[in-house]
Write a protein that binds this ligand. Structure first.
Ligand code: TRP
Length: 463
């Protein structure tokens, strides 16, 4: 897999390999770090409801569309559009994806680096638990211990940068050396373990005193929160749905180009979306009960998970061993996502600009590192980069569904979805209705709202 273009173009080895790779891309910090805090900032249950609707009605159709484009063209995100519609401007959609990949990879790798810091710290906390005096602390003290650790860590310079560099190099190394026998193999074992660990956390979190409120927060839609800030909630739910599924950027066009003709694209998309959503909800179930039990504020932002989880771990017997395992797996989940973002850039550089994969990866890593440093030096840059998927990904997704709905021939689409008649496509009419009308209209509307709402948060005087 991932061995460049031409006739030797490689592909995923099995159905499970396809799902593991695509789910590996989808499942990551987006589920465990970003979903809980974005849901927390947007009122919990009401956000979840809208989010689920977007996954089903827009997310899955976009994902299928990306697979169709990638597999029918057998090329990277830019090359695919060039091949299918030569001489037209559609390849700009692919280029937009490459640009988005740089931005997303920059802030994502920063947060991925935090998992390494927590990995190391959890060992230290474990060894010095007596000295720190966890046993004598009350909830407030535990919470403030971890939140001041987080503050001093992210506001420091060197540690975040070192961890960023480590993540970047690991990502580059895997992308350069190919993944079939490496990450793909481990993904199959480690992702299920991550789920089990999350479930352990859920049990612990639910058993804390005062946890019920967290459940209500996550599952009971409070429509007054929607009324208070409808635009923000809807726009961020769509952005989070795109981000979490890894769509709207050409990642799954690129991965689609490595999927064998005999695989069923529709069922793959549904399985991936299902697994991704399940992990996000389980993460929410682990986090919100503890958030309420410890009096953490659910809308505290990007630090939510990095403070809440250590707090839960510390309260468990053998606690910090769990923490170590958890952050190890989270780091791995992040890595299977970072490689999928880097792969978009590397496939483009190597196939379209005729670079070697190694050169392409190094060039990409160096430029992403500059952007990453900006994110680490300035909280504002970090916030802008981290908010950008809310607009960039739906924009890309809009053109992708329009392309499938209105440009690519129905025969090609049907041929890909059915693998030339091998699979039934009873859903085809509904799918076409979604990609022709529902998804483009909904995305266009929300994109306009999104631009408006981001502009008024940046320049409040206009609103
Ligand atoms: N989906 C990943 C996550 O939830 C992040 C990610 C990987 C991504 N590849 C992407 C997001 C492509 C957008 C586009 O952690």
């Amino acid at each position: 897999m991932f061995q460049g273009g031409g006739s030797e173009r490689d592909s995923f080895s099995s159905k499970f390999g396809v799902i593991a790779a695509a789910a590996g891309s989808a499942i990551g910090l987006g589920n465990i770090w970003r979903f809980p805090y974005v849901a927390g900032e947007n009122g919990g249950g009401a956000f979840l409801l809208i989010y689920l609707l977007f996954i089903a009605a827009i997310g899955i159709p976009v994902m299928m569309s990306e697979f169709v484009i990638g597999r029918s063209a057998q090329l990277n995100a830019v090359g695919a559009f060039k091949k299918i519609t030569p001489g037209k401007k559609w390849h700009l959609v692919g280029l937009l994806g490459v640009v988005s990949a740089f931005i997303i990879l920059a802030f994502y790798t920063v947060v991925a680096g935090w998992t390494l810091e927590y990995l190391v710290q959890s060992v230290k906390w474990m060894l010095t638990a007596d000295k720190i005096g966890f046993a004598e602390m009350d909830n407030d003290a535990v919470r403030s211990f971890f939140s001041s650790h987080y503050e001093s860590f992210v506001s420091g310079m060197w540690r975040p940068m070192i961890w960023f560099a480590v993540m970047m190099i690991l990502t580059g190394f895997i992308v350069i050396s190919g993944v079939k026998n490496g990450i793909e193999k481990y993904a199959k074992i480690l992702m299920p373990i991550l789920l089990v660990l999350l479930l352990v956390l859920v049990v612990r979190s639910l058993s804390l005193e005062g946890s019920r409120e967290g459940l209500l927060f996550l599952f009971k839609p409070d429509f007054s929160t929607i009324k208070a800030a409808p635009m923000k909630i809807i726009v961020e739910a769509l952005g989070q749905a795109f981000f979490s599924l890894s769509i709207g950027m050409g990642t799954l066009i690129t991965y689609g180009s490595y999927i064998k003709k005999k695989e069923n694209l529709a069922s793959t998309a549904v399985s991936v979306a299902f697994a991704d959503t399940a992990i996000a909800i389980v993460a929410g179930l682990a986090i919100f009960p503890a958030v309420f039990a410890f009096g953490i504020s659910p809308d505290s932002g990007p630090d939510l998970v990095y403070i809440t989880l250590p707090v839960i771990f510390q309260s468990m017997s053998g606690g910090l061993i769990w923490a170590f395992m958890f952050f190890l797996l989270l780091c791995f989940a992040a890595l299977t996502s970072t490689i999928s973002v880097l792969e978009v850039i590397v496939a483009y550089f190597s196939e379209q600009l005729k670079m070697t994969r190694k050169r392409a990866a190094i060039l990409a890593m160096v430029s992403v590192s500059f952007l990453g440093i900006l994110c680490m030096l300035s909280e504002d840059v970090f916030a802008v980069f981290n908010g950008s998927p809310d607009l960039l990904l739906p924009l890309g997704g809009f053109f992708i569904v329009v392309f499938i709905g209105w440009v690519l021939s129905g025969d090609t689409t049907k041929g890909e979805l059915s693998s030339d008649g091998k699979y039934k496509t009873g859903y085809y009419k509904i799918f076409m209705f979604l990609v022709k009308f529902v998804a483009p209209l909904a995305i266009a509307l929300l994109f306009a709202l999104g631009v408006y709402s981001k502009v008024i948060t940046l320049f409040p005087s206009i609103g």
